[in-house]
Write a protein that binds this ligand. Structure first.
Ligand code: ATP
Ligand code: ATP
Ligand code: MG
Ligand code: MG
Ligand code: MG
Ligand code: MG
Ligand code: MG
Length: 245
């Protein structure tokens, strides 16, 4: 209007449209690093998998689960993290910044990282498990490709040559390439690279895998733990029934 008077508060507030999640559904909040292709370049992440960077991500997920008790489970690969029931990208980001020095004592954080988040509601736990299985399959496929790609690059091929070389190859051919040319048995690569990371609360005290080399460690009931388990197979969910109830 031509009126110079102020707008009514209700009118102004109406621009803040409510963005509610569907009730009675499984809510997944997916957190993904913004432009981490560049971020990992600038900070010279080990390719294809920088283990410290992955552990920093896991540590942020643990902090989020510890802060938000409604979150039951988190699964992460690369620069992304999926969380069930409410999660806050900003807590994840601030934890990432605060813990950077703990995981990279020799590297200065060169610019502020950010993460985007999106929420999706899944109506049944079956679809939820399909979603998580899809992420873990993706983790495996990407890791297998990236391991081949970076071995080719490190052996002297250009990125374009490596890409062309891998175009159209099947899983078996990729495993054979790794084994025959580079002496790498895909299945002996660290679980954290092949399986991604799952973060959840323990129902009861248990001995849990603690890092790649450090073996098992006793954890207390209710403690938030990181594991690199197969979440596609039903047995994980049957062994941890409290996560989905
Ligand atoms: P966007 O902002 O759209 O998410 P992006 O550059 O973050 O873009 P992604 O598809 O999310 O793209 O991919 C993340 C990229 O970050 C990967 O391609 C990989 O190069 C890099 N990256 C993330 N984590 C690691 C890690 N732990 N080790 C090595 N590289 C990593
Ligand atoms: P992606 O990571 O896949 O790009 P995104 O959330 O950035 O996901 P886009 O569709 O790329 O989604 O960008 C839309 C963005 O712009 C959203 O973050 C949304 O909040 C913002 N946006 C779009 N329209 C408006 C609007 N009218 N007012 C305020 N913000 C808006
Ligand atoms: Mg406010
Ligand atoms: Mg993104
Ligand atoms: Mg990203
Ligand atoms: Mg990503
Ligand atoms: Mg966008």
């Amino acid at each position: 209007t031509k009126d110079i008077g102020r707008s009514e508060p209700d009118f102004v507030r109406s621009f803040e449209f409510e963005n509610k999640l569907l009730p009675l559904t499984w809510v997944v909040v997916r957190i993904d690093g913004c432009h981490f292709h560049r971020f990992s370049d600038v900070h010279e992440f080990e390719k294809p998998n920088d283990e410290q960077a992955l552990k920093l991500m896991n540590s942020c997920a643990v902090a989020v689960l510890e802060e938000f008790e409604d979150i039951q489970f988190a699964y992460g690969v690369s620069d992304e993290y999926s969380k069930i029931v409410s999660a806050i990208a900003s807590l994840f980001t601030s934890t990432y910044v605060i813990k950077w020095g703990e995981f990279f004592p020799q590297k200065v954080l060169k610019y502020p990282p950010s993460f985007d988040g999106r929420a999706v509601c899944y109506p049944t736990y079956k679809i939820l498990l399909d979603y998580l299985a899809w992420r873990q399959v993706d983790c495996h496929i990407n890791n297998q490709y990236n391991t081949c790609f970076w071995m080719l690059v490190k052996s002297g091929k250009t990125k374009t040559q490596s890409q062309d070389y891998l175009k159209g190859t099947q899983a078996r051919e990729k495993n054979e390439l790794l084994s025959n040319q580079f002496g790498i048995e895909y299945n002996s690569l660290p679980l954290i690279f092949r399986m991604g990371s799952s973060v959840f609360r323990l129902k009861e005290a248990a001995a849990v895998e603690n890092g790649v080399v450090s073996g098992k460690k006793l954890r207390l009931e209710g403690e938030v733990v990181v594991d690199h388990c197969n979440i596609i197979e039903r047995c994980f969910w049957e062994e941890h029934p409290h996560i989905l109830s």
